[in-house]
Design a protein around this ligand. Structure first.
Ligand SMILES: [Zn+2]
Length: 406
């Protein structure tokens, strides 16, 4: 599906070179500015190999010399940093009520951030695929017009995604058996870049790991907020996927069997207590009067206004939701012992009112002292974590050492 965790297994000399190239790129990304001699000393690759790989990476504009030098025992060394500006990727998050698109280049610059309200949950998959393809095509045109090459598009979906990029089930979207990657490739008329699909929580976790407030923390859990609630797990620096890539489906864990009825038929599921639709229904009972909600952003603004104004009922409800959030986080912390749990989506704008209660509940429910060292924080990436993670995933083939096509 995506290759962030699939590093090339050396089987012949070409593969060895790909693997070594990945080592050099990773070293420069983490340690820049650094010299060729630094790379050789710290990776164990010999100097001639490093020199040859760096030459190739400079030629392809994946690495550049800074012009700065550092004197080591009288000898100046030219310093290297990542370039990557000629190469970009698109990440697109598909949610019940919106599309969010982020374009980023390999140097880590964010080139575009677009949101489009779209009633995905009440539209047909065919119409949604058309809208996704339109948005992706416009973004790709903008990026290539700026002189960059688009390497890939990765779409994040709140649901199960199989190895072919098909979506067997995305309840929050009302989808069953949608061959999304294949349909998108067809709608984009077999574009020159890759088109892949992944679970939204996996992509959001990847974005947190690379660009979030806890970037680089190797054991990290990200809880997405949306109509569906899912979990992306970074374990020892890799996305934890499970046997068939379906790990992280926490949305229908029942926290309170006598709680509100869930769409799955059970009671008190995480989604029925913490999902965006459940939160809005609970805090703004009048919203359903105008028919199904197709854009939740204005409703979240209303909740924030009530909370900021100190409305006692709103504050009490948010604290209650915060306790359920802490309960959910405690399950993850007891199970996985992460260093950080980040919450995304609608939990971000509501964080000032959710997190105090959530942290108290988390500490009370985790057996290890100080919640096993886990911090519970709102994502610093806001509502764009999944889309940004999509761009990160689409750039991963380069980071795994494969050169972009000429
Ligand atoms: Zn359920």
């Amino acid at each position: 599906m995506i290759s962030v965790h699939n590093e090339p297994q050396p089987t012949d000399l070409g593969d060895v070179r790909v693997a070594n190239r990945a080592v050099v790129l990773r070293h420069v990304r983490v340690h820049a500015p650094c010299s060729r001699a630094d790379i050789a000393a710290q990776t164990g690759l010999n100097k001639a190999t490093v020199s040859s790989l760096v030459g190739e990476l400079i030629d392809r504009r994946l690495v550049r010399e800074t012009g700065l030098t550092e004197n080591r025992i009288g000898r100046p060394a030219t310093m290297l940093v990542l370039d990557g500006e000629p190469y970009a990727a698109l990440g697109l998050a598909l949610a019940a009520d919106e599309l969010v698109l982020v374009a980023a280049d390999l140097a880590g610059n964010r080139l575009l951030t677009w949101r489009r309200a779209l009633p995905v949950a009440v539209s047909s998959p065919t119409d949604t695929v058309r809208s996704v393809a339109d948005l992706a095509r416009r973004a790709a045109t903008r990026i290539t017009g700026g002189g960059r090459t688009v390497l890939g598009l990765t779409v994040g979906v709140p649901g199960l995604v199989d190895a072919t990029g098909a979506v067997p089930l995305a309840a929050a979207l009302g989808w069953h058996d949608v061959p999304l990657a294949a349909d998108l490739r067809a709608a984009l008329q077999d574009p020159p870049h890759t088109v892949t699909v992944d679970n939204d929580a996996n992509l959001a976790a990847l974005a947190e790991y690379r660009h979030g407030g806890h970037a680089g923390v190797p054991d990290l859990v990200h809880l997405t907020g949306g109509v569906g609630v899912g979990v992306g797990v970074i374990s020892a620096g890799r996305v934890l996927r499970g046997g068939r890539g379906l790990a992280g489906e926490i949305g229908h864990l029942s926290l309170d069997p006598s709680g509100p009825r869930c769409t799955c038929g059970r009671g008190g599921c995480v989604e029925a207590l913490l999902g965006l639709a459940a939160v809005v229904r609970r805090l703004l009972p009048d919203t359903a009067d105008d028919g199904p909600v197709t854009d939740y952003l204005p409703e979240l603004d209303r909740i924030r206004a009530l909370a900021r104004g100190g409305d006692p009922q709103t504050l009490a409800e948010l604290a209650g939701i915060g306790r359920h959030l802490g309960h959910t986080a405690s399950v993850l912390v007891n199970l996985l012992n992460p260093e950080a749990v980040t919450v995304g989506g609608h939990f971000v704008p509501l964080a000032p009112w959710l997190l105090p209660a959530a942290r108290t509940e988390l500490a009370a429910r985790v057996l290890a002292p100080q919640a096993g060292g886990a911090r519970l924080d709102a994502s610093t990436l806001g509502a764009t974590a999944t889309a940004l993670g999509g761009a990160v995933a689409a750039l991963a083939t380069i980071e795994s050492g494969r050169l972009p096509a000429r």
